[in-house]
Design a protein around this ligand. Structure first.
Ligand code: SF4
Length: 226
């Protein structure tokens, strides 16, 4: 599997925020969000091939029971089913962080789905990639299948208040539970996140969504491996 990094930290986002976890970050993504916070797994994918044994060894070295498979887009990795099966043997609680554009039969305790909204499309950066991103970013059939199959959370990265209209449309179309919807402020610095968080919290209060912090940004800013 092509891996950008494996590291031990705390989960920064979602319902498991604060839980010490090993992160397996796969390299490679089928989307190109214009504000991608891990461009070294999407726009300019880095990393090397790791065997499953090497990945499992790294998990065994640090894990206290929670492993997160993230990316990039881990659901496009050919070995994802095998990896999750082996992690289950290690009795790991497995979170998969995905944009929800691809369905795979994996072992997973929490499918952490982050559908990408219209503001993610990189129209100003690259027209060809923007069209590809726009075609792929919202796959209602895949989202429906994911939420029917796995325990899940739906984490939306929001930039402006108007994003909540698109979120309402998506959760209505796929039949998601409101209690599983979380909003996160877009940003790669603590100041950016804090500024947007002011109105994101108000949006959560009025719409009944859950607010998600981004603890890794608060604590370390835009750093890799944390
Ligand atoms: S889906 Fe995630 S990894 Fe892929 S481009 Fe968007 S933010 Fe980056």
């Amino acid at each position: 599997m092509r891996i950008a990094e494996v590291f031990y930290s705390i989960q920064g986002e979602g319902v498991l925020a604060g839980v010490p976890s090993v992160f397996i970050r796969a390299s490679g993504c089928n989307l190109r969000c214009q504000w991608c916070d891990t461009p070294y797994t999407s726009w300019n994918p880095e990393g090397t091939e790791w065997s499953l044994e090497r990945i499992l060894e790294a998990v065994r070295a640090d894990s206290k029971g929670y492993t997160v498979i993230t990316g990039g887009e881990p659901m496009i990795q050919p070995e994802i089913e095998l990896l999750t099966g082996r992690l289950l043997e290690l009795r790991q609680h497995i979170t998969i962080e995905t944009a929800g554009t691809v369905f795979r039969n994996v072992r997973c305790d929490l499918m952490s789905i982050s559908p990408k909204l219209a503001h993610s499309t990189p129209w100003e950066v690259d027209g060809r990639l923007a069209r590809q991103h726009e075609r792929l970013r919202y796959q209602p059939g895949v989202l429906r299948r994911l939420i029917e199959t796995y325990d899940y959370q739906l984490k939306f990265v929001v930039r402006q208040r108007e994003d909540t209209g698109e979120i309402e449309r998506i959760i209505g179309e796929i039949g998601a539970e409101r209690s599983k919807v979380l909003l996160m402020a877009e940003g790669i610095t603590p100041d950016q996140v804090r500024e947007r968080a002011q109105w994101v919290v108000e949006a959560c209060k009025s719409l009944g969504f859950r607010y998600s912090p981004r603890l890794h940004v608060d604590l370390w800013g835009n750093r890799r491996g944390v």
